[in-house]
Design a protein around this ligand. Sequence first.
Ligand SMILES: *Cc1c(COP(=O)(O)O)cnc(C)c1O
Length: 372
Amino acid sequence: MFEDVVRPEIRALEPYVPGRSIDEIRQQYGLERVIKMASNENPLGVSNFVKEALGRHADTVFRYPAGGNPRLVQALARHWNVPAERIAVGNGSDEIIDMLVRMLCTPGRDNVVCFEPCFSLYPLQSLIQGVELRREPVNADFSFDFDKLLSHVDENTRLVFVTTPDNPSGFCPRPDAVKALAERLPEKCLLVIDEAYIDFAPEDGETEADWSLFTRGDLPANACVIRTFSKSYGLAGLRIGVGYLPEELAGYYWRARLPFSVNILAEEAVLAALQDTGFRRCTLETVLEGRRLLTAELAAMGCKVWPSRANFVMFLPPERCPAKKLYQSLLARGIIVRALASYSLPDYIRVSVGNREENRLFLDETRAILEA
Ligand SMILES: *Cc1c(COP(=O)(O)O)cnc(C)c1O
């Protein structure tokens, strides 16, 4: 009945295919133990501080959250030592990405520029908004050519998205190169630096400031940063993302955002998670150690592995066992990884770094499949 009045941008969307869940795989293959290394979630689960805070605040959920999430915004401003007026919080960084597209891009006139492949939300929300998308393939080694990216930018480009470190490859550009990109953009074009995985970038002796313009306190005026509590803080299911925006854009964000999209328990969870520095340190140690292990062992099995600065590793299995076959065989053995067909990389697999036991199981099963 409504077929012909649904907006063409919406009609053109493919039906959503959810990732396979642990329960579903358990049932299908009759397995006791199923592990999920597919969505870059925290390998240690969730902080005890957070669990305790959620219990303590359960009896407040009949209240609406405070408009503008002031406690959360103040806490983040203190944590990062930045002005609260520039902070936007959202229902995951997904909401911040969606809002930036909707706030800045006029359908039928403006365009958005990003790499191919990239995080699916940049193209998807642009498509839904009816905004032209311009994409530049990443280099063969998955690094970024910012000159080529810039060649797509014109006076109607409102947003340029760059992910540092990148998903799905784990590549991380140097902050000076990102800064130079911002400096070459036209005045009314915002560079969006998505730092969902930045915590995992520093290796021995490095700090976050070696990889993040934001942490270094060196963000150009026409750039913004988005961060998430879904990965290193282990709060993916509670949905909290943060944007550090030019002040005037943060003002518009708070006017346009749905008033209560960040809920009371999510707020309390972040406040508690920020306190638990021990959990965070263990998370980073676990991820760096696991990343080294997965990288070395997969390479030893004959896979081509991309060096990763994130909490996942992307690899190309040896020719005798194509990605699709390895993916299916791992599923049948109770291990869910991410096949990258949806990123237009049908030959590649991405595996999230797990805890010690999960990494060991994944490596043992992969070795068994590749040797069969
Ligand atoms: C996981 C991820 C996010 C986080 O999304 P949330 O909505 O905050 O859970 C953002 N950007 C990239 C590139 C990601 O991979």
